[in-house]
Each structure stands twice: as structure tokens, then as C-alpha cells.
Design a protein around this ligand. Structure first.
Ligand SMILES: [Fe+2]
Length: 292
């Protein structure tokens, strides 16, 4: 595996860009659509940073609903993604951008999915990235169940940055039992959102749940991508298998619409995590849990 040889350190060179290994399922990289980059030039700059961060595939997730309400439609996002991919190709930047949304909790979500307004992750109809308000605790069970009834699993975004979930991450176990996956932010693991979020992120990482790390990056300055640094820290603190699970395998499964794998604490059997060791495109083993 390339990672072992490269150590993910040192200066990147253009020739190394093809070694991208991470998949980022939460990123505000589309121009002029939300609080991400304002222009195409800024979006391209952010995409260059994503590539330098060893991200090869990114789901563009502009805000939908909430303060953006009905400004960002499914079709508008697809058009922006198409234009960005064209520009990336023209600039020979090796990044695949897929359409998605960062969807604020709203009682209309299922209805708006059916009418083609709200975007599922990678437009695959299997996962929905759900953003909660950070300072109140809402019972999301009815929405999670409603989404489940139409075959969509809920991915709860950055609970470690939530005022209540950060200090009671055990609540996440209930959400997982309801069928949710959990996404934490790479920057939280590194302390970029403060010590409470950082402590919560590491606590969540130790839980036996289907977990994903994503950048939730917004630009090239204060909220820039830091997947590599988070990956390296997870390798040191929790082991490389866990790092690969949350930064590569599970994000890939979101893109492919497959079941997420869980951290369980058991040692792996031979061949149980082959794609985590080799991201060259081999099919998954068919396991629906990742055990280590
Ligand atoms: Fe976001």
C-alpha cells in the first residue's frame, strides 16, 4: 500500500497526486452557493488543497434548507458540480467531485427528497447528511425513521461540535441503534474547534459505531482541509486499521451506497479488511462489519 512507503509526510509534488487515498464526504467546495468559496477561482484553490491533502474523491455538500432554505436546489448543485469538474479537468487537477448536500434538519426533508429538491450523498439515494442546530437537542427519531422508510440512512454530522452531544456522546449509541451513521470533523480531532469538541471527537472515535471522518472544509484559510493530519493522528492514537476505516473505507461505502462498517475491538481475520489495505479498486469482501 502506498501509504506505508510514503508515510504521508514531506512535500507533495504534482507527480504524487495520483496517490490520493482519502474520500471526503462533507465539503463546501462549490463556488457561489453557500458559505464556501465565493468564486470558481477560490473553489479551484480549495480543490488544490484537497488534492494536496490526498483526497481523490469529494462529495460537494453545500448547505440545503436552514438559513439557505430553498436557494440551493438539487439541480443547481448538479450544475455547479458539473462545471467544477470541467474546470478541474481543464486545470489537470485530479479530483473527482460528486454532488451532495449538507441538509439542515427540517420536517420537509422526505417530501423534498421525493420532489427532487434535497440531495442525498453522492446523489445515490442511500445516505443523507443531516446537520443539527448546535445549541439545542432535538429528537431526530421521527425523521430518521421516516428516512429509513424510503431506504435512506441518516448520517449525523459533527456531533462533537454540538453543545449537548459533545458532553453526552453516549446519546449517539441510541442514534446508531436507530440506523444512523456518525460523521466527525477532521479538524475536531486536531483541536481546531476547541478542547471540548476535541475530547468528544476522540471519545466518539473510541465507540463501537459506524463512523466517518470528513473535512467539512469551507476554503483555503480558516477551515481548510486537514484529513492527512487527522489520519496520521488516528494512526498514532488508535491504529492504522481504525484510521483507514474512518477515512477511507466507510467514506467509500457512502459513495457506493453500501453499509457502513463498525469499529468493534476484535482482531481481524485474514482478508477481512483487504480494501482498507489496498484502495486500488478491489471489491469489498462482503462483510458488513469491520472488526479489528
Ligand atoms: Fe458542513
Amino acid at each position: 500500500m502506498e501509504y506505508i512507503d510514503n508515510k504521508l509526510t514531506g512535500n507533495d509534488k504534482p507527480a504524487e497526486y495520483h496517490r490520493s487515498i482519502f474520500v471526503d464526504i462533507h465539503c463546501h467546495c462549490l463556488p457561489g452557493i453557500d458559505d464556501g468559496p465565493a468564486t470558481m477561482a477560490e473553489a479551484i484553490s480549495l480543490c488544490r488543497l484537497l488534492v494536496r491533502d490526498r483526497i481523490g474523491t469529494v462529495i460537494a455538500t453545500p448547505h440545503q434548507l436552514g438559513r439557505f432554505d430553498t436557494n440551493n436546489s438539487n439541480q443547481k448543485i448538479k450544475d455547479k458540480v458539473s462545471e467544477l469538474n470541467k474546470q478541474l479537468q481543464a486545470a489537470q487537477i485530479q479530483l473527482r467531485v460528486l454532488p451532495g448536500g449538507d441538509v439542515r434538519i427540517d420536517e420537509r426533508i422526505v417530501q423534498l427528497i421525493k420532489t427532487g429538491y434535497v440531495m442525498t450523498s453522492a446523489d445515490g439515494g442511500k445516505y443523507l447528511l443531516l446537520e443539527l442546530p448546535e445549541n439545542i437537542l432535538i429528537n431526530v427519531d421521527p425523521l430518521v425513521e421516516e428516512l429509513s422508510s424510503i431506504g435512506i440512512k441518516t448520517l449525523i454530522t459533527h456531533p462533537e461540535r454540538h453543545q449537548f452531544l459533545a458532553i453526552q456522546p453516549q446519546i449517539l449509541s441510541h442514534l446508531v441503534q436507530k440506523g444512523c451513521g456518525i460523521q466527525i470533523t477532521a479538524g475536531s480531532l486536531l483541536g481546531k474547534f476547541g478542547s471540548i469538541s476535541q475530547t468528544a471527537a476522540w471519545q466518539i472515535l473510541s465507540m463501537p459505531i459506524p463512523l466517518i471522518v470528513a473535512t467539512d472544509s469551507h476554503g483555503t484559510s480558516n477551515r481548510s482541509p486537514c484529513m492527512r493530519a487527522a489520519f496520521e493522528m488516528i494512526c498514532r492514537q488508535s491504529g492504522e486499521n481504525t484510521a483507514r476505516l474512518v477515512c477511507i473505507e466507510n467514506p467509500t461505502r457512502v459513495v457506493e451506497g453500501k453499509e457502513l462498517l463498525e469499529i468493534t475491538g476484535r482482531k481481524p481475520k485474514v482478508g477481512e479488511y483487504e480494501r482498507i489495505q489496498d484502495t486500488s479498486g478491489k471489491p469489498a469482501t462482503g462483510q458488513n462489519r469491520f472488526n479489528y
